[in-house]
Write a protein that binds this ligand. Sequence first.
Ligand SMILES: [Zn+2]
Length: 486
Amino acid sequence: MQRFLLAIGLILGLLMIVGLCNTLNYGTPTRGSYDKVLVDLERQDIPQRLANAIKIRTISEQNIADINYESFLELHRFIDVEFPLVTKNLDKKVIGAYSLLYVWKGSDPTLKPVLLLSHMDVVPVVAGTEPLWEHGPFSGDIANGYIWGRGALDDKLGVFAILEAVEQLLLQGYEPKRSFYLAFGHDEERGGVDGAGQIAKYLKAKGIQALFVLDEGGFITNGGIFGLDKPIAMVNVSEKGYVSLELSVKGEGGHSSMPPAETAATVLSQAVVSVSENKFPLDTSVFETMMEPVAQEMPFYKKAVLANIGMLAPMISGLVEQQPQFNALVRTTTAPTMLLGSPKENVLPIYAKAIINHRILPGETVASTKEFVVKAIANEQVSVAIINQSNDPSPVSSVISKAYQAIEKTIQETVEQEILVVPGILPAATDSKYYAEISDDTYRFVFAEINMSENRFHGTNERIGVESYMAAVRFYVRLVENSDQL
Ligand SMILES: [Zn+2]
């Protein structure tokens, strides 16, 4: 007994030492703050041009037949006219009929180019919610310090801030050393196959290898997350994979007055419960990298928890499931979304189907996700099939690369207050997933200052602050300049 207690004590002691060492070693050393740089923007009407672009209804409708493709051509013409120096000095290529690729040639062909991404399409407005908009979703109103409408955040903001920045630099007579590629997709909200998918293929065929790729998918919060007051810029270094699995069970059908002990509906229900209860394993590695800069700012006890999250996670697994945002960062998620049985209340189903949507953590794949689900169900009556478009998680890009540091520096230079730059993982998907072979370093961040208590991405009253938008233009000006210094 004494020996046993001694062994337990020894293990606990060792764990405490390991925990303490982890804590002391954890946290990114402060990289030093960068001086603020105020870029002079010479052109007038910068917010108004974004507002006018919002008025052009480039909507990715659910039904492909409902998409007004003419609106994309109208947006192309708008860009041609409103950005005369971009039109004159950059090579423009239309890809996939409606997507745009601009090349701004640098003076030194030995330097790798930088690829800046964004998308021109927007999501539809949910029918019936129009009256809830304080300013119409396609009004392009500028009021109360905001530019209002679909695309103000996602992601005409990116398209036009990039174009304004290049136009500004051309106005100054700036000649880049490395080339800059600007790629604007037209179907990101439908998965990006015909836009970004085609542009990436085109670049690959040309043998283009970019120094880095920057797409949307991270933003600036006004503080209030992780219990910190400082604003935080999320630069996402990876995005989760995506797959929808269809579970289907065949039944005998027939009248429901004399049902067999088991119907397609009951077998299917059991399968859905099994998949939901068999959680994918926890993996905190990306989360740990993500929290390093934040940990520096936290009191010791919180830092100790973060530093040892890998050790603690299995013990707090139940708690993790109660926190959907955290849960999504540390495991492949499972979301049963659609159920289908018999079409009538007194008819037994001939087949029953369920759709389960999974967001896959880096380290796993579409194939391993399906395998895990089949094992969890462990019933041959249930067939499992991948439906619709699926994709593996993206590789995790470096947080110590020169490119990441240039992005961090540019954010620090642009935001007036002190700001923390934090790498993260995006639970959703962006166009950048197509560019994995074009560059090892792909980052997801758009310069938009967001209030975390409001969810306006794809939501009602989407808007961007006028000042925030001006800062976004400055950000891209500095990003070009800083990337040229690498
Ligand atoms: Zn978007």
